[in-house]
Design a protein around this ligand. Structure first.
Ligand code: SME
Length: 207
């Protein structure tokens, strides 16, 4: 009888150890999964807050590496000022242009939005200057020499060339414009127009 009791006690001990091992195993698995999840989240956050630029890359290659980063930066963020501010900052950091920023449609005029560079004109009427014309015609304008553009609004005498690209809302109406100004004549070209329009379409997705 005693032998039988000893046998069942030993068996019970083994069963307890076995069950506890399974619980510890599940706990370890849970902790490992949590650590992987947490480290991925930290990685993602860091990626979206620091631009990774390829040194010495050409213009097209630079835009190609910038586009997915901008998309990651603004996707899922619904605050317009935050998104426009980050895009203006990213473009300024990447290309070092004199001025880059947004004018946004408010009632019957464009009002200065987030930008990087010197202070600028606050309000622009429909059809006025390069920005107002791009808004009225709902199309991009490349102005290689601002002196040759009748009605150009000179917010700064240092700016000599300009690109303005409309930003459309989901109903295909102009919601605002992206404006880039340089103090050199030989910087802006059709490649910039092409990629700035792609950036404009990224913004449309968030509107
Ligand atoms: N030059 C623009 C005005 C805006 S500033 O350049 C920032 C225009 O003619 O519409």
């Amino acid at each position: 009888m005693d032998a039988w009791r000893n046998y069942t006690d030993v068996y019970q001990n083994y069963a307890d150890v076995y069950q506890n091992s399974i619980k510890v195993g599940w706990l370890c698995l849970f902790l490992i999964k949590y650590c992987i999840f947490a480290s991925r989240k930290i990685e993602t956050n860091n990626m979206s807050e620091e631009l990774k630029l390829v040194k010495g890359a050409g213009k097209k290659e630079t835009y190609e590496s910038l586009l997915p980063q901008l998309e990651a930066l603004i996707t899922g963020e619904t605050d317009l000022v935050a998104n426009l501010g980050n895009i203006a900052a990213a473009l300024k950091e990447t290309f070092g242009w004199w001025w880059v920023g947004f004018y946004w449609v408010k009632n019957d005029e464009l009002v200065l939005g987030p930008f990087q560079g010197p202070i600028a004109c606050t309000r622009i009427k429909l059809g006025k200057g390069v920005c107002g014309t791009a808004w009225k015609d709902a199309k991009s304008l490349l102005v290689p020499d601002v002196n040759a553009f009748a009605g150009h609004i000179a917010c700064s005498s240092s700016s000599v060339a300009e690109i303005v690209v409309p930003v459309f809302d989901k109903k295909q109406e102009v919601a605002g414009v992206l404006d880039v100004d340089t103090e050199r004549y030989d910087v802006l070209d059709e490649t910039d127009v092409l990629y700035l329009e792609k950036i404009s379409r990224l913004i449309t997705q968030t509107l």
